[in-house]
Write a protein that binds this ligand. Structure first.
Ligand SMILES: O=P(O)(O)OC[C@H]1O[C@H](OP(=O)(O)OP(=O)(O)O)[C@H](O)[C@@H]1O
Ligand SMILES: Nc1nc2[nH]cnc2c(=O)[nH]1
Length: 186
C-alpha cells in the first residue's frame, strides 16, 4: 500500500482526498468549463510539474476542443515557498486572441500564479482564467482568484496526485497530508 512505503521511510501520510473524490470533482469541473465555453475552443496552459496528472484527467472529460501547452514554474523548497518564482520553461504557443485556461494542481500563497498571470495578460489573450484542483484560500499572500475550484482546503502540506515534497511522492494516487515522523530516516 502506498502509505506504508513512505511510513517505512519516516513520513506519515494522512489521507485527505481519495482518487474517487478527485475524480468526482474533475467531472464536475469539466461539465462547468464545457458549458461555459460551448461553441469555442480552449488553449489549456498546464503549469508543470505538479498539474500534470490533473490536466491529463481533466482535458479528457472536456466537451470542447482544446490545444495543450505547458509552462514550467517552480518556487518551493521542501514545504516552504522561496518567494521567488522561477520560469524554467515558457509556453510555445502564441496566446493572443485565444481563450486561455490555466490549470494548476494547487493555489496556496498565490505567488506562483500572480507571476504567471501578469506575464500571460501582457500577451493579449481574449480571456484568461484559472482552474485549480485545490485552493488553500486562507493562506493567500497575493491576490489570485481561480474561476474554477475543485476542492477548497485549509492547510497542511499536501502530497500525491502530482503534488511533491522535494520531487518525491507525485506518483501517489490519492492526496495526503505529509508529516515527517520523529526519528524517521529519509
Ligand atoms: O501558490 P503558491 O504558494 O505559489 O504555491 C503553488 C505552487 O506550488 C507548487 O509548485 P512548485 O513550485 O512546488 O513546483 P512543481 O509544480 O514542480 O511541484 C504547485 O504546483 C503550484 O504551482
Ligand atoms: N506539494 C505541495 N506543493 C505546494 N505548493 C503550495 N502548497 C503546496 C502543498 O500543500 N503541497
Amino acid at each position: 500500500m502506498e502509505r506504508q512505503l513512505w511510513l517505512d521511510r519516516g513520513f506519515d501520510l494522512q489521507l485527505r482526498y481519495s482518487k474517487d473524490r478527485i475524480n468526482a470533482e474533475i467531472a464536475r469541473l469539466a461539465a462547468e468549463i464545457s458549458s461555459d465555453f460551448q461553441g469555442q475552443s480552449l488553449l489549456i496552459v498546464v503549469v508543470l510539474k505538479g498539474a500534470f496528472f490533473f490536466a491529463a484527467d481533466l482535458v479528457r472529460e472536456l466537451k470542447v476542443p482544446v490545444e495543450l501547452d505547458y509552462v514550467t514554474l517552480s518556487s518551493y523548497a521542501g514545504t516552504s515557498t522561496t518567494g521567488t518564482v522561477a520560469i524554467e520553461k515558457d509556453l510555445a504557443a502564441d496566446i493572443a486572441g485565444r481563450h486561455v485556461l490555466v490549470l494548476e494542481d494547487i493555489v496556496d500563497t498565490g505567488l506562483t500564479l500572480t507571476r504567471l498571470m501578469d506575464l500571460l495578460q501582457q500577451r493579449g489573450p481574449e480571456s484568461l482564467n484559472i482552474c485549480t484542483l485545490i485552493d488553500k484560500k486562507e493562506r493567500r499572500q497575493a491576490e489570485v482568484e481561480p474561476k474554477y475550484v475543485g476542492i477548497a482546503c485549509e492547510g497542511g502540506f499536501l502530497v500525491g496526485y502530482g503534488l511533491d515534497l522535494d520531487e518525491q511522492m507525485r506518483e501517489l494516487s490519492n492526496i495526503y497530508e505529509v508529516r515527517q515522523t520523529p526519528g524517521g530516516v529519509e
